[in-house]
Design a protein around this ligand. Structure first.
Ligand code: ADP
Ligand code: MG
Length: 331
């Protein structure tokens, strides 16, 4: 965690500005072209060395945001300024070079590991692609060292992915991401598929290597309680929109958006006497094919007003580091 440092004193590593990603889809009748509005005009900044948690229910656009930053999918519009240059304008070749600086850790690392390849080789592969290490021998030594950093011994180098448990595979996925010595790692629900007892081990490991390798994380999760521990700041997404952003403690102690309040109130507490008032959201998340007019949250908001149904609220500052897009907050 960062102490005594406000983001304004830190260097921005990545500035995402008005990012929009619409996926074209054909309607069943095939006539009208429709769009899944996966991400709608979101802006946020990642400062060097911080952990930024991005949370929201499944389908709200978190993975699309991460994948667009890595240009695994192209944005519809917006800017992604990484170390001063707009990634979204990079050629494939330039992007290839910058991929060394930005890695992703997935929810299910098994799907990204070749089942027939020894894990040591899988970790080494990106090193060879990016010309890291003088020769094969040096790369193997570096890989052994990385395996050690994520808690394995040298002989794990020769094993195959199926010989590892889910949590162990996640550690392999992390070693693979670390192999190219990146600046930013996008962790996309890295613990969501794991048992609760293993989740904290992986989170602790992520924290350890973050300090050792001077990393910045974009940490994606659908569960606020998972990002709470590791994040310096948190952005809350709902249906493609970033509805609130604040430092972690501020978000939990002074949430402004009814959606954030609902997410917080749904976290189980150990002591029932300290239970917060539960805010039940009505209905289902609307489809991103046809998001509600005005505030996208209005169909489920317990405090909905007339204006919410027609005009989308603009983002307002609660403090210099806390912002919210909701009419209930009047600055
Ligand atoms: N390649 C795609 N084509 C069409 N729709 C997509 C594609 N990828 C994601 N989506 C849609 O975009 C929305 C956001 O998805 P995603 O970013 O995966 O959400 P999250 O990671 O928050 O669960 C969802 O409605 C999803 O179905
Ligand atoms: Mg996702």
């Amino acid at each position: 965690m960062l102490v005594n440092e406000s983001p304004s004193e830190m260097e921005p590593l990545l500035q995402v500005r008005e990012l929009k990603k619409y996926f074209p889809v054909r309607s069943i009748l095939g006539r009208k072209k429709q769009f899944v509005k996966a991400v709608h005009n979101i802006s946020f900044t990642l400062y060097e060395g911080e952990v930024y948690g991005l949370v929201g229910e499944s389908g709200c656009g978190k993975s699309t945001t991460g994948r667009t930053i890595l240009r695994l999918t192209d944005p519809t519009s917006g800017e992604g300024v990484f170390q001063g240059r707009d990634l979204f304008k990079f050629s494939n070749r330039e992007m290839q070079a910058v991929r060394k600086d930005m890695q992703m850790v997935f929810q299910d690392p098994y799907s990204s590991l070749n089942p027939r390849k020894r894990v040591g080789k899988a970790i080494e592969e990106p090193m060879a692609i990016h010309n890291i290490g003088q020769n094969q021998r040096e790369r193997t030594e570096m890989t052994m060292e990385l395996l050690n950093k994520v808690g394995f011994s040298m002989d794990h180098y020769y094993r195959f992915p199926h010989e590892f448990s889910g949590g162990q595979r996640q550690r392999i996925g992390l070693a693979r991401a670390l192999a190219v010595n990146p600046k930013l790692i996008i962790c996309d629900e890295p613990v969501s598929a794991l048992d609760v007892s293993i989740q904290s081990q992986i989170i602790n490991l992520l924290e350890d290597v973050k300090d050792q390798f001077h990393l910045t994380y974009l940490f994606i999760a659908h569960d606020l309680s998972v990002v709470r521990h590791i994040s310096d700041r948190i952005g809350v997404m709902y249906l493609g929109n970033l509805v609130e952003e604040a430092q972690t403690d501020e978000l939990f102690s002074n949430p402004k958006h009814p959606y954030t309040k609902a997410l917080i109130s749904s976290i189980p507490v150990a002591n029932p006497k300290r239970a917060r008032e539960r805010i039940q959201l009505k209905g289902e998340i609307p489809s991103p094919l046809n998001p509600p007019k005005g505030c996208v949250f209005h169909t489920r908001c317990p405090y909905v007003m007339e204006i919410c149904k027609t005009v989308a609220p603009v983002k307002k500052n609660v403090t210099s580091q806390h912002s919210v897009a909701c009419y209930l907050y009047d600055s």
